[in-house]
Design a binder for this molecule. Structure first.
Ligand SMILES: C[S@@+](CC[C@H](N)C(=O)[O-])C[C@H]1O[C@@H](n2cnc3c(N)ncnc32)[C@H](O)[C@@H]1O
Length: 258
């Protein structure tokens, strides 16, 4: 059973903070169940550096920054002037508050966009599908960014290559808007948009992958019961013989520049 914890250490807790976010329930184990390997993190981090053209003078806001793992590395490695981890789940935010060099803010994307904190670069990694009424968010972000300021969305295609069971693939696809929707929203908000697809392929012991599924490492898995997940794992086990499993993580990087 996973435990949740309080948000006592969070810098701010405002309206726009999650009450029942799935990520509250996996905050403590999030870093263990999500981040596949150091190689995977290096791959993503290096592209964020380049796509956002991070400079020491930059102030970064990592929207839906979770436990702040990526925010912290970017802050240190790019020697950023400041880095906010903006996270509505109190439990995730509490984990982020343990990381040096970052400023955790317990708020969702909309709430943050009404705050006064200045920023020059914005990261939205694996969070965009959780943000509703995005037109208003893009409009405010465009106003707040300086000329030349950038935002980067990292998301996945609707048809995912992960070794999921069939009902989970369907659930993922139903929850995931097509990335071209984000591109057109950004163009309508006057951003210049550039999209790249990049794939990171790696091999995991099958048991590790099954543990990630049991921990409901993605919010799309949350509605499935323990029994459904075990049936799904048996389906995957039949489809992929052997003790290891190859995982191709196809990621879409959308850079928008003011
Ligand atoms: C899959 S996690 C990604 C965390 C982090 N970006 C990373 O890649 O490690 C998605 C995060 O987005 C947060 N989130 C959900 N809805 C949000 C919203 N409306 N605004 C900002 N963050 C949100 C969740 O609480 C969760 O921590």
């Amino acid at each position: 059973m996973l435990r949740t914890r309080s948000s006592a250490k969070c810098r701010q807790q405002e309206p726009g903070v999650s009450g029942s976010n799935h990520f509250d329930s996996i905050a403590e184990v999030f870093n263990k169940v999500w981040h596949f390997s150091d190689e995977y993190k290096d791959f993503v981090i290096s592209h964020i550096h380049t796509d956002l053209d991070l400079q020491p003078s930059d102030i970064l806001a990592d929207i839906g920054g979770g436990t702040g793992t990526f925010t912290g590395r970017l802050a240190r490695e790019a020697k950023l002037s400041r880095a906010y981890c903006v996270e509505p789940s109190p439990a995730m935010c509490s984990e982020a508050s343990k990381i040096a060099d970052i400023v955790p803010i317990c708020a969702d994307a909309h709430r943050f966009s009404t705050m006064e904190h200045p920023y020059s670069k914005l990261l939205l990694k694996e969070v965009i599908h959780h943000i509703d009424k995005r037109e208003r968010f893009w409009e405010r972000t465009f106003q707040r960014l300086p000329d030349g300021g950038k935002l980067l969305i990292i998301t996945r295609p609707r048809k995912i290559d992960f070794p999921f069971f069939e009902t989970l693939k369907a659930a993922f696809s139903a929850n995931q808007p097509d990335h071209t929707l984000f591109e057109s929203e950004l163009r309508s908000a006057c951003f210049q948009v550039c999209t790249q697809e990049r794939t990171h392929t790696f091999t995991l012991p099958k048991e590790n992958w099954f543990e990630m599924l049991r921990h409901r490492f993605m919010s799309d898995i949350a509605p499935f019961s323990d029994e459904q997940i075990e049936e799904g794992i048996a389906e995957i086990d039949r489809r992929y013989p052997g003790n290891t499993i190859e995982i191709a993580d196809r990621l879409i990087f959308i850079t928008a520049t003011k």
